[in-house]
Design a protein around this ligand. Structure first.
Ligand code: PAF
Length: 274
């Protein structure tokens, strides 16, 4: 496995990667959820490249850019174990040599709902850096977690709408044994907050279990569970079609939740079959 930092080092190392390249873009702070992405890429591609870059463009002015965990040494161990060929950990100047971008990717209507309502500018910043990395790395396949379900949907939409010529692969959420979805932000939770946070996955499970009662039954069941935990502040709980558009009468849906637990904002989602 090779670690490169600068743009020119990256291009030299990229030229050595042959066959189908799988890209796993990350912001570092790797956990078993990222390992699942790396494993999927390793199983399906000749060469696996991962980027490790905390993208300032996708953080709002009041968000946690400065406190976002940066753990490169531990990340490299995870990558080594997963059989990654090339890790690119660029600086902000390497990614944004002109100090940001004048042109950004506009997420469209799918970017205005759910996370987009609470985090203005986030998806535009995220899509812009993903578009840059897709263009810099030129992978055949790119891997993203279902944990950030709206992010995955928007990346799919971008690659289709802009004909980016890459196969986008979604990988299922990895959970702790008690249901907590793995997230780089979980390190911020105190022991008590971690217990409160479990209500998110419990609510989603209750919603999913009520699928036979239809959409209203799903929302009612999940809402009742969330309401039983006073120590979280819910931003939204929504049921949508699997493509995040209208809820079909019968078929694949997604139940999504976001809540603040102390100062940490968590999101989670599950598939629901109506
Ligand atoms: O999911 C993430 O870690 C980030 O949003 C991504 C896709 C690496 C873009 O910065």
């Amino acid at each position: 496995m090779k670690l490169v930092r600068t743009r020119s080092e990256f291009f030299a190392a990229r030229a050595e990667q042959l066959g189908t390249v799988g890209l796993v873009p990350t912001m570092g702070a790797l956990h078993a959820g990222h390992s699942a992405l790396l494993d999927a890429a390793r199983a399906e591609c000749d060469s696996v490249i991962t980027t490790n870059f905390v993208n300032p463009l996708q953080f709002g002015p009041t968000e946690d850019l400065a406190r976002y965990p940066r753990t490169l040494d531990a990340d490299l161990e995870v990558c080594e174990k997963a059989g990654v060929d090339l890790v690119w950990a660029p600086s902000v100047d390497d990614v944004y040599p002109y100090g940001g971008t004048q042109v950004r990717v506009e997420p469209g209507p799918l970017g205005d709902i759910l996370e987009g309502m609470v985090r203005p500018g986030h998806f535009s910043g995220m899509l812009t850096v993903v578009a840059k990395f897709l263009n810099l790395v030129r992978p055949g396949r790119a891997y993203f977690g279902e944990k950030d379900y709206q992010q995955l949907a928007l990346i799919r939409q971008m690659t289709e709408d802009l004909e980016l010529g890459v196969a986008v692969v979604g990988v299922g959420t990895v959970r702790e044994a008690d249901g907590l979805a793995l997230s780089s932000r979980n390190v911020f939770l105190s022991a008590a907050e971690r217990t409160h946070a479990l209500i998110l996955s419990h609510a989603l499970a209750a919603g999913r279990a009520a699928a036979h009662e239809g959409a209203i039954g799903v929302i009612t069941a999940a809402t009742a569970v969330l309401a039983s935990e006073p120590d979280i502040a819910v931003d939204y709980l929504e049921l949508r079609g699997a493509d995040l558009r209208e809820i079909p009468v019968h078929g694949a849906c997604r139940l999504l939740v976001a809540a603040r637990v102390g100062t940490t904002r968590l999101i989670d989602n599950v598939g629901v079959e109506l």
